[in-house]
Design a protein around this ligand. Structure first.
Ligand code: 5GP
Length: 113
């Protein structure tokens, strides 16, 4: 896949406000936050879109969700937060390196826009 800005953030070639890191993923604050807490959880393995993940990525995908739980709890939104994955430009994906948006700290409407 084509390298994205997230690969540069993972390699620390460009700065980001990193809030969590382990051997499989990195979490950092979104540069254009849509809520008081808006953190991206990004696998270090470059997968472009959720649909590009396969059976070999099953454990990684589960890990990203558990990290989302941890990040939300660490930022005081563990009881009410939203996890968003935009898959494809048609629904708003702009960076083609899989990422979970963790959003919280305000109320949200449903269905999402
Ligand atoms: P998408 O639209 O692909 O679902 O989400 C991409 C997100 O990455 C957007 O919310 C955007 O604000 C964020 N983003 C894009 N470039 C950067 C960057 O260089 N640093 C950080 N921290 N976030 C970024």
């Amino acid at each position: 896949m084509t390298e994205t800005i997230f690969a540069k953030i993972i390699r620390r070639e460009i700065p980001a406000d990193v809030v969590y890191e382990d051997d499989r993923c990195l979490a950092f604050r979104d540069v254009n936050p849509q809520a008081p807490v808006h953190i991206l959880v990004v696998p270090k393995q470059p997968i472009a879109r959720l649909i590009d993940a396969g059976e070999n990525d099953e454990a990684l995908l589960g890990h990203l969700l558990l990290v989302a739980n941890q990040v939300a709890a660490d930022h005081g939104i563990g009881e009410a937060f939203r996890v968003v994955v935009n898959n494809g430009a048609g629904v708003g994906q702009s960076v083609f390196h899989l990422h979970l948006h963790i959003l919280g700290g305000r109320s949200f409407t449903w269905p999402p826009g």
